[in-house]
Write a protein that binds this ligand. Structure first.
Ligand SMILES: [Fe+2]
Length: 445
């Protein structure tokens, strides 16, 4: 396969869902995940933890499969376990505050997990043939369990890609057809763009035409004061100045929590920079590259906040409602999903692009990469919208994380696809956590 052969990234419309479309979307989602995992080549590497705060990749190979089985059972579409041991073993991911909270596990062989996956694939395809499809499909229909499994799979394509990116280079090999964006191109300057402010609203309508997760539904309008935002993400080139100015060595630039994190792992540079005695280089998904100065820098929220303080002049992260205001005139498909060909979303490239490279991703106001490329950290902590209620098939999808320990992100990344490549998607992570995520500067007008 090549990146361009995976073409069905957009979630199907709930008001026009056919079995054929569902089967195509499922098959492609499944193969995309296998394509990503085909990169893990070194003996035993799949049992290694590439991030101390997450399970090894063998867990994630089993996890997306077990999820389908467990949700089909909850929805009443299946009686009984498929595998007494694997269904629960691979059921729940982790979000520990520290590595010490993760218990050691003994894992089955990769061959056993692959056999389990093959069985699940057949079960899901059978369900797609037989499940009741009353249009529009709603969140109370059993078919929602299938859609949830599909979108969960796509979320884990992205999160697993971040884990795989943290293998040593000789443990992985770039899968056939996986292409990185050019190093050069895009725009060279990042100009401040003024917004008048006014009323801005977030939240996904309950009758929206594509699948949504519990925390997206609702409506919250707020008054946004006049503000300015940088036209591009902060690039590796811009972050190099902060790094060269001893940004990682000056406590006064960091929040107390950020400095504690920096000190605990002795962070000296962004996670995907490779720092030796010389100029930093870069770790793409499977290869080392010369540092692409024109690509957005990928950092956690502590690093983004330290950069803002170093930059001074009132620069800070934008709020979720400011993001809604600055993206209000972005071009969208169906008023919902960001358009695949216009943005670096939906694995258009297997990497970030230079900022401003995707010309269709620039708004009429001049905001480049308003969606896509890499996620954008926001200033908000993760919180529920007013009408928030959990979904019975996945009670603990978002609710346990709505606290001051998790920060929000918006906009999606090159690896985001399906329902998470949407203007409604609200992502959250701990501020010390790495994703394909960077930031855009904002400040009061
Ligand atoms: Fe999961």
């Amino acid at each position: 396969m090549t990146i361009t052969e995976f073409r069905h990234h957009k979630p199907p419309r709930l008001d026009a869902l056919s079995r054929e479309e569902l089967a195509t979307y499922f098959t492609e989602t499944w193969e995309l995940y296998e394509w990503l995992f085909s990169s893990i080549r070194a003996d035993g590497a799949i049992y290694e933890k590439t991030d101390p705060l997450r399970q090894p990749l063998i867990f994630y190979l089993g996890h997306t499969a077990a999820f389908y089985v467990n949700k089909l059972r909850l929805a009443g579409l299946r009686d009984g376990a498929l595998h007494e041991r694997f269904d629960p073993l691979f059921a729940v991911g982790v979000d520990p505050a520290s590595a010490g909270e993760l218990e050691a596990q003994s894992w089955p062989t990769e061959a056993e997990v692959r056999t389990y996956r093959a069985q699940v694939r057949e079960i899901v395809l059978e369900q797609i043939e037989t499940v009741a499809l009353d249009l529009p499909v709603t969140e109370s229909d059993p078919a929602w369990a299938l859609l949830m499994g599909l979108e969960h799979d796509r979320i884990h394509f992205e999160t697993s890609s971040v884990l795989i990116r943290q293998y040593r280079v000789d443990a992985v090999e770039r899968p056939d057809g996986w292409s990185y964006a050019p190093i050069d191109g895009g725009v060279r300057t990042s100009d401040p763009i003024a917004f008048e402010g006014g009323r801005a609203a977030i939240g996904k309508p309950t009758d929206d035409i594509v699948f949504g997760w519990d925390h997206e539904y609702g409506h919250l309008a707020r008054d946004v004061a006049p503000f300015a935002v940088a036209s591009t993400h902060v690039t590796n080139g811009a972050f190099l100045e902060f790094w060269g100015d001893d940004g990682y060595g000056r406590e006064e630039l960091w929040t107390a929590e950020g400095w504690a994190w920096r000190s605990s792992i002795e962070a000296r540079a962004p996670r995907f920079w490779v720092v030796g005695d010389d100029r930093p280089s870069y770790r793409a998904m499977f290869d080392g590259l010369e540092l692409p100065e024109s690509w957005p820098v990928e950092v956690n929220r502590h690093e983004a906040e330290a950069f803002c303080r170093w930059k001074g002049e009132g620069w800070r992260l934008p709020s979720e409602h400011e993001f809604a205001a600055l993206s209000a005139d972005a071009s969208l498909i169906d008023g919902n999903s960001a358009f695949a060909d216009a943005y670096n979303l939906n694995i258009t490239y297997g990497s970030p692009t230079p900022v401003g490279f995707m010309t269709g991703a620039t708004t009429p106001s001049g905001v480049h990469d308003v969606f896509g490329n890499v996620w954008q950290w926001l200033s908000d902590e993760f919180y529920p919208l007013p009408e928030f209620k959990t979904h019975y098939l996945y009670e603990d999808f978002s609710a346990p994380f709505m606290d001051s320990e998790h920060g929000m992100l918006a906009g999606g990344a090159w690896a985001s696809s399906g329902a998470s490549a949407s203007r409604f998607y609200r992502l959250w992570f701990r501020p010390n956590f790495f994703q394909h995520a960077g930031f855009r500067l904002a400040r009061d007008a």
